[in-house]
Write a protein that binds this ligand. Structure first.
Ligand code: AMP
Ligand code: ZN
Length: 475
């Protein structure tokens, strides 16, 4: 079944296919701003895009997908962070880039084929070149302070993606809210391509386009330039979280199409946001989680990956810690199935092909319906476990499904230990003490220690030959 995905521009489900004669599918996903750890909402977007990348590779072949994701390593937030810490900008952005890579690896996200940085001289040159072309063509102008702005009124298609005009919302009004520098612009809706240096920027400045001041690129131009440099003037798919639709993606279209005179992206896909306990994540609400926060609570990165795929990517997903419990046990089941199905002692001869999991792929290919696909995966796996001995083809098909979701099964050793959760060492020490007290029939101490464990957010289940630990469920 061909992959069909919602296109935010036409608002239709459309088939994904490569458009260039080389058959390579060109895919750009807006990446993170590297000034702090990414939160689990950001990772919802990146995990969804990773499943898409995997599905595209299964459809077109691993060498026939080119995936680019940028790193925004200069903007107000990164510069502010460097100033607050009294460190060079590059130190701050390198540190958070490394953390982002480590988190992506823990979540088993495939690295993009190219990961350009906004301040890399090669891409700075490309950004400056594009701005100069836009100025020459009359789509951009220099402001009195030496900044350069895109003239929104020069692009008649402005607003097609976000329907900004249909909503009777003047682009000017929508953008004015963001525009601290509105005085410098000819019109409130115009947006910065190049920002002239100001004292708050400290040492962070680069030579600008012809006639402009020294400074730094605006955020939007970075993605237009990287697309052009690495994927060409027309790409097959451009993605990001729904908040990027306006103004970021609208502005990317305006810049690229005015500069290149070509359709920029043939397909636009936006995934919805993650909510936590029904609310937008924010530091002040205390509901902003990073991957490390969840690992400290004993959950595995794979459980987060699973939980992030439990909702339809085009609907808001409400994240709760309880959903991670469900994810851990689902992953344990899949892991145990995986080992049984792939155990050479169990495998019997059979047909070369296996179609047991076709419906899983049908769901994924139908607008990346990840919950629908999980819903088909479990019964098919259960049937395989229950009715017959697996063939080699069954094992291969099961692994293909795991690959598409990006799930790494737990090892046999982990399963045998019941080590689904990774408790911090302080918690394990308490559990050991409690187990010893119980064996010594010192029930008062054992009860007191159980309370201590509960206060630390863990519950201990006793078996005849040992115990297991798991994060306590909310009552
Ligand atoms: P940023 O680092 O802020 O540029 O964001 C990186 C990516 O995460 C973008 O594609 C955003 O749209 C996406 N994003 C930000 N917040 C959330 C959220 N709560 N849920 C899902 N995706 C998000
Ligand atoms: Zn972008």
């Amino acid at each position: 079944m061909p992959i069909r995905l919602h296109d935010s521009l036409s608002r239709e489900l459309r088939e994904l296919k490569p458009s260039q004669p080389d058959g390579v599918f060109r895919f750009y996903n807006c990446g993170p701003t590297v000034y702090a750890p990414a939160h689990i909402g950001n990772f919802r977007t990146f995990v969804v895009n990773d499943v898409l990348r995997r599905l595209l590779e299964l459809e077109f072949g691993a060498g026939k997908v080119k995936h680019v994701r940028n790193l925004t390593d200069v903007d107000d937030k990164t510069i502010q962070r460097a100033r607050d810490e009294g460190r060079p900008l590059a130190d701050v952005t390198t540190r958070w880039t490394e953390k982002f890579h480590a988190d992506c690896a823990a979540l088993n996200c495939l690295p993009p084929h190219e990961e350009p940085r906004a301040t890399d001289p090669r891409y700075l040159r490309e950004q400056v070149n594009m701005i100069e072309v836009l100025m020459d063509k009359g789509n951009a102008y220099r402001a009195p302070d030496g900044s350069v702005y895109f003239k929104v009124s020069s692009f008649k298609d402005y607003g097609r993606l976000s329907r900004v005009k249909e909503r009777e919302l003047q682009p000017g009004a929508a953008l004015k809210a963001h525009a601290a520098d509105a005085d410098e612009k000819e019109d409130g809706s115009d947006f910065a391509l190049w920002k002239a240096w100001k004292p708050d920027d400290g040492p962070n400045k680069w030579p600008g386009p012809k006639g402009a001041a020294e400074g730094r690129p605006g955020w939007h131009i970075e993605c237009s330039a990287m697309n052009k440099a690495l994927l060409g003037e027309t790409i097959d798919l451009h993605t990001g979280g729904v908040d990027l639709l306006f103004p970021h993606h609208e502005n990317e279209i305006a810049q690229s199409e005015c500069c290149n005179g070509q359709t920029f992206a043939r397909h636009w896909y936006h995934s919805e946001h993650l909510l936590v306990d029904g609310k937008k994540m924010s530091k002040s609400l205390g509901n902003l989680y990073t991957l490390d926060d969840l690992v400290a609570k004993g959950f595995s990165p794979m459980a987060l990956r699973y939980a992030l795929l439990m909702g339809h990517p085009r609907k808001q997903l409400n994240f709760t810690l309880d959903s991670l419990h469900a994810a851990e046990s689902a992953l344990a089941t899949l892991s145990s199935n995986f080992h049984t199905i792939n155990d050479p002692r169990n495998i019997v001869a059979g047909p070369e092909e296996c179609h047991r999991f076709d419906e899983v792929f049908d769901q994924l290919s139908d607008d990346l319906n990840t919950p629908g696909a999980l819903g088909k995966f479990f019964p098919a796996a259960r049937e395989l476990m229950a009715t017959v001995k697996p063939t080699k083809a069954d094992g291969g098909a099961f692994q293909r499904v795991l690959f598409a979701f990006g799930f790494q099964p737990l090892s046999l050793k982990q399963l045998a230990k019941g080590a689904v959760y990774d408790a911090p060492s302080g918690v394990t020490a308490l559990a050991e003490k409690r187990w010893a007290a119980k064996l010594a029939k010192d029930y008062a101490t054992a009860d007191a220690l159980r309370k201590e464990l509960a206060a630390a957010g863990w519950s201990m289940a006793d078996r005849k030959d040992g115990y297991s630990l798991e994060p306590a469920k909310k009552s």
